[in-house]
Design a protein around this ligand. Structure first.
Ligand SMILES: *Cc1c(COP(=O)(O)O)cnc(C)c1O
Length: 379
């Protein structure tokens, strides 16, 4: 057996769509990017989609446009991808790492409230591994203290909170199309928003600060001249990536359905094991199951790292839980030794199981049987 942790789901349609773009002669950001933006915006229920080179660049632009800059503080979980904090540093601000809820592994709203200082400008609400952060109390805190919100929905395309899709919960939301996410175009990101002015500013910033897009200039045959009102970035997506994204959007319903079926299979099988807890999903949320994270509640014959090695020896690639950012060398040097006990405990005791649409019935049984065997007998 050779079972990876994750695998993108693509077929000939992506190959044909990318080839058609190359043949068309327009390969940088153009009509396909506009099509992909419209598809994603419509799917999540937002008015606008602004495609970018990655989720990180989408977060950078969003923070900047929410007024976050030099010396400000942004409250975010430590239990997240380094990119969340990198984007905060890119605007010159500093992440204030706070605790997560011990059940959902998302921001603990009480901890958010306690972490607000005179320098706090924004809250980065991360919808970790596809499960929505608890937005109602987070929004209330933001309103009371005049803070902006940016949502990191990198993993959360298809996830829902209280009947709305992530991306349409109110704040600018950033998605990733890296191959580890729900759908992919190699690399890429997207901001969704309902705000006209924000969308227009984001389009300008992602393309060198130019007032007019390349496509508009091209179509005007050189009669339109761009001006540059501010310092921008090159954070554009190519039409080759967007063509792949458009095909992936057609597959999204099936991809999500398969992820849910696999999660349900794991949930049922793991319910028989007292050593592990399946992921907790609150009533009001729909998970995207970008990842499937279990927690070891009691070490039977084997500890977490031995379990990982045992699974690897059986040809199954698992992964330890997210490494807390406050323990990374950069933040240790910057902030000194800080501790977030819930975050550290969750990181120490969790393990990702493989989840991707083409996992077969036989592979799923093999994964669960291997896990049971290792927990019962050690390796
Ligand atoms: C993957 C991920 C990112 C970064 O996405 P890129 O597209 O690689 O920049 C940011 N935040 C979270 C929570 C992620 O999982």
């Amino acid at each position: 057996m050779d079972i990876p942790l994750a695998k993108p789901y693509t077929d000939d349609r992506e190959i044909e769509a990318v080839s058609a773009v190359i043949s068309s002669g327009w390969i940088s950001q153009g009509p396909k990017v506009m099509e992909f933006e419209a598809e994603v915006a419509e799917y999540v229920g937002a008015r606008f989609g602004i495609a970018t080179s990655s989720c990180t660049s989408a977060l950078h632009i969003s923070l900047h446009l929410q007024g976050v800059g030099q010396g400000h503080e942004v409250i975010c979980p430590s239990y997240t991808c380094m990119a969340t904090a990198n984007a905060i540093r890119h605007v010159g601000a500093f992440p204030t790492f706070v605790e997560i809820d011990p059940l959902t592994f998302n921001l603990d709203p009480d901890a958010v409230g306690r972490a607000i200082s005179s320098k706090t400008r924004a809250i980065m609400a991360v919808h970790q591994i596809g499960l929505a952060a608890h937005m109602d109390p987070i929004r209330k805190i933001a309103q009371e203290h005049g803070l902006a919100i940016v949502e990191d929905g990198a993993t959360a395309l298809g996830g829902q909170y209280k009947g709305s899709r992530i991306g349409a919960l109110g704040a600018p939301t950033c998605f990733s199309f890296h191959p580890r996410k729900v759908i992919t175009c190699g690399e890429g990101g997207m901001i969704t928003t309902d705000d006209d002015a924000f969308a227009e500013e984001a389009r300008i910033l992602r393309s060198h600060g130019a007032s007019v897009s390349d496509l508009v200039r091209h179509e005007a045959l050189g009669t339109v001249v761009a001006s540059y009102p501010e310092v921008g970035y090159n954070y554009r997506m190519t039409d080759m990536q967007a063509a792949m994204g458009v095909e992936q959007m057609k597959k999204l319903p099936w991809i999500l359905q398969r992820r849910h079926e696999i999660a349900q299979f794991y949930d049922q099988k793991l319910a028989e094991l007292e050593e592990v807890e399946p992921p907790f999903v609150p009533e009001h949320s729909v998970h995207s199951y970008q990842s499937y994270l279990i927690r070891l509640v009691a070490n039977g014959k084997i500890d977490r790292d031995e379990l990982l090695r045992g699974m690897a020896a059986r040809g199954i690639s698992c992964r330890h839980g997210i490494a807390p950012l406050h323990l990374e060398p950069y933040y240790r040097a910057l902030y000194g030794e800080t501790h977030l006990p819930v975050t550290e405990e969750v990181s120490r005791t969790t393990i990702f199981l493989p989840i991707y649409p083409t996992l077969t019935e036989a592979e799923l049984h093999y994964i669960v049987d291997s896990l049971k065997d290792l927990l019962a007998h050690g390796d």
